[in-house]
Design a protein around this ligand. Structure first.
Ligand code: F6P
Length: 365
C-alpha cells in the first residue's frame, strides 16, 4: 500500500467512446481503493455530469465484469463544454461559461482531483479547468490515435483489428465477383486506422488525410492490376482523405459538439470515380461506428489498465495538469498542453508509409 494526500477523486469519460474506457475506469477504481484507500466518484455523461451534478460513488463491486465490455459505464458525450454551454434566453440560444457549476459540484462531492479520460476536446476542457485551479489528470483516448504526447491511445488497436477483419472479409467477396471494394474507415485528420489496417489486410490502395490523392494515379493502379490479370482490388480510404487541391467530404454539422464537423462519404466518391474510369464494378463499405463498439482487444485492455493505474499514481504523486502516456514500452506522463497541441498524424516520410510504398501499395500520389 502506498500513501496519497488526495483521498477523494472524481473520474469522467468524455468525447466519442472507444473500446477500453471501462478497462480504464476499472483500473482507476481498483488502484485508488486498494493501493491508496481513496474514494472514487464517477461523473456521468462526460462534463454534463459535472455541470448538472450527476454523480455516483464507484466501488469495486461497480466495476466487476466490465474489463472486456465496450462502451463506458459512465456514459459519454462530445457536448456539454462548461466553457461554452448552450443556454436559452427567451427564444434565443446562446453560449455561456458555466464552469462555476463545475466547481460547485466538485466541492459538493469533496473531490480533490479529477481524472478526465478523453480525446483532444475533453482534454482541452480538462486543461482549462486545471488552469482555473482544479487538480486534473488526463488519460488519452481515441480510436483515431491522433493525440500528441503519446505513442498510442487506447481504442486504436481494437478499431484497427475491426478494420483489418473487414478487409479480410471484403477480399473473399471481391475475389468472387472480380470487383473493386472500397472500405471507408474512421480517421478525421490522421490516417492511422486506414494505413495500419490496409497494411494488415493487404490493401492495394490506401488513401489517408496526410497524403492528398490524385484520382488518375488511383485509376492507373487499378488498371495496372487488371493488366497483371489481378481480377479484384481493395481500396481503404480514411474518412478525412481528400483529393489534391480538394476538400474533405463533410456529412453534417453537429451543433454544440467539441468538434462540430462530421465526415463521411469519401468512400462513395472514390468508388464512383474508379467505376466510371475503369469500367470495373465497385462497391463501398462504410465501417463507421463498428470501429468504436465491442470488446477491446487484449492489447487495448492492457494499455487501458496501465493508463488507469498510471493516472491514479500521478494523482498520488501530485503531478497535476498532466496526462499519462505511452513512450516506447513505458507508461510516462506529459503536460496536458502537449496532448492538446498539434494532432499526431501519420509522418508522410515515416517507416509505415515507406513500407507501404515498397510493397507497391498505391497511396494516391
Ligand atoms: O474522433 C473519433 C471519431 O470516431 C472520428 O473518427 C469520427 O469522425 C468521429 O469520432 C465520429 O463522431 P460521432 O460520435 O459524433 O459520430
Amino acid at each position: 500500500m502506498a500513501k496519497s494526500v488526495v483521498k477523494r477523486i472524481g473520474v469522467l469519460t468524455g468525447g466519442g467512446d472507444a473500446p477500453g474506457l471501462n478497462a480504464v475506469i476499472r483500473a482507476v477504481v481498483k488502484t485508488a481503493i486498494q493501493e491508496y484507500q481513496m474514494t472514487v466518484v464517477g461523473f456521468e455523461n462526460g462534463f454534463g455530469g459535472l455541470i448538472k451534478n450527476q454523480a455516483r460513488e464507484l466501488t469495486e463491486a461497480d466495476v466487476v465484469g466490465i474489463l472486456p465490455r465496450g462502451g463506458t459505464i459512465l456514459g459519454t458525450t462530445n457536448r456539454d463544454n462548461p466553457f461554452h454551454y448552450p443556454v436559452v434566453k427567451g427564444n434565443e440560444k446562446t453560449f455561456a461559461d458555466v464552469s462555476d457549476r463545475v466547481f460547485e459540484n466538485i466541492s459538493i462531492h469533496g473531490i480533490e482531483a479529477l481524472i478526465v479520460i478523453g480525446g483532444d476536446g475533453s482534454l482541452a476542457i480538462g486543461k482549462e479547468l486545471y488552469d482555473q485551479g482544479l487538480k486534473v489528470v488526463g488519460v488519452p483516448k481515441t480510436i483515431d490515435n491522433d493525440l500528441s504526447a503519446t505513442d498510442q491511445t487506447f481504442g486504436f488497436d481494437t478499431a484497427l483489428t475491426t478494420a483489418s477483419d473487414a478487409i479480410d472479409k471484403l477480399h473473399t467477396t471481391a475475389e468472387s465477383h472480380h470487383r473493386v471494394m472500397v472500405l471507408e474507415v474512421m480517421g478525421r485528420y490522421a490516417g492511422w486506422i486506414a494505413l495500419a489496417s490496409g497494411l494488415a489486410g493487404g490493401a492495394d490502395v490506401i488513401l489517408i488525410p496526410e497524403i492528398p490523392y490524385n484520382m488518375d494515379i488511383v485509376v492507373e493502379k487499378i488498371n495496372a492490376r487488371s493488366r497483371e490479370k489481378k481480377k479484384f482490388s481493395i481500396i481503404v480510404v480514411a474518412e478525412g482523405a481528400k483529393p489534391l487541391g480538394g476538400e474533405m467530404v463533410v456529412s453534417k454539422h453537429v451543433e454544440d459538439s467539441f468538434d462540430p464537423i462530421r465526415l463521411g462519404g469519401i468512400g462513395n466518391v472514390v468508388a464512383q470515380a474508379v467505376e466510371s474510369a475503369t469500367g470495373k464494378e465497385s462497391r463501398v463499405t462504410v465501417l463507421g461506428h463498428l470501429q468504436r463498439g465491442g470488446s477491446p482487444t487484449a492489447y487495448d485492455r492492457i494499455l487501458a489498465t496501465r493508463y488507469g493505474t498510471g493516472a491514479v499514481n500521478l494523482i498520488a504523486e501530485g503531478q497535476f495538469g498532466s496526462m499519462v502516456c505511452l513512450k516506447g514500452q513505458n507508461i510516462k506522463s506529459a503536460p496536458l498542453e502537449q496532448a492538446i497541441g498539434e494532432s499526431h498524424t501519420v509522418p508522410v516520410d515515416g517507416e509505415l508509409v515507406r513500407v507501404a510504398r515498397q510493397l507497391g501499395i498505391c497511396l494516391g500520389d
